[in-house]
Design a protein around this ligand. Sequence first.
Ligand SMILES: *Cc1c(COP(=O)(O)O)cnc(C)c1O
Length: 396
Amino acid sequence: MRARSGIPDVNPQGVETLLTHAGRTPDDQHGFVNTPVYRGSTVLFKSLAALESQQQQYLYGRAGNPTTRQVEEIVTALEGAYDTQLVPSGLAAITVALLSCLNSGDDVLITDSAYEPTRTFGTQFLSRMGISARYFDPHLAGGIEAQLQSNTRAIFVESPGSATFEIQDLPAIAAVARPRGIKVLIDNTWATPLYFNALRLGADIVIHTATKMFVGHSDAFGGTISTNGESWEAVKKTRSLLGFFTSGDEAFLIARGLRTLAIRMAEHQKRALELAGWIETLPGVRRVLHPALPSHPDHHLFKRDFSGSGSLFGVLLEPAPRDSLAAMLDGLTLFGMGYSWGGYESLCIPTKPARIRTAVPWTEDGTLLRLHVGFEAMDDLKADFAAGLNRYRAGR
Ligand SMILES: *Cc1c(COP(=O)(O)O)cnc(C)c1O
């Protein structure tokens, strides 16, 4: 599976089978089904010769242990990657991946629709390293060629974009980047490896926020970086140089979540689509931003490149004063208001893309909400949202 030359064309097994069996070695764990939580810093060597040769699988706990390794093996199998590095958070996956391919004097293009802390890392950290971070229109596709400079070394894609849900034409971007040796990185958290195969569509480095769908229960942090053969050594080395360590406790919860990822995603997909389609019909709703709905402007790209959709979508409401929004959100009893997403519980939070966009200003007025659809009874979710919308509209 790990041919350095490239990515295998077809996963030898179905994803459900990979999720159930990948990364597990019961024979090494006294027959127990699951790899337990390994906690440890020191790893012992049996002889001076073993210490000198450094051939043991584990040398020091910071670089990983069997619990963290199983997560890397599962995600590698899912992505059809050369290998995967587990790191302590989704944001750490983004920063390590970017630092693995950028040096002082380089330039990186980041989608204008990226997760806000990704942008902040560009403007407040990379800039201090003498690396220019520029932001591009998420709809540029092959037109990104005109944005390239001689020192552009990486393009960072997130599809669909956080909060605004634009789909990016990854194959077209990769077709421009590949011949020039420019690395294409993608934050693939929304679709998971199940519904978007980023390496096969042209990415070099795929990032997942394990905190979201992999964990699935809002109780652990993690991030993964999966790469093709050419990008692997730099990612591994950057993680090691920066000293990031992921605990066996977090890795255990990520592995536990991954075992049920396929059935959870199928259910999230179904529920999010039903709720999004229904919200579209409600009075006071301007637009629903869900790439799997035919009303979405990038639906053709979604249909071409994705095999399914996630739990998260946007709802644009007609404008109303802040008090109306407070009445709506403060009175919701099932949708919680909080950062992150991917758990079994539904969430609804307002977002303000106009505050951060630079390449393509967000000009739509109205209130933008971001919904994550969990596993509550659908009728209960609809009733909660409809009552909230009534409070919102009453105050207009
Ligand atoms: C949450 C999120 C991240 C960051 O993940 P953390 O584990 O919170 O650091 C990155 N990208 C996307 C798209 C996210 O939703």
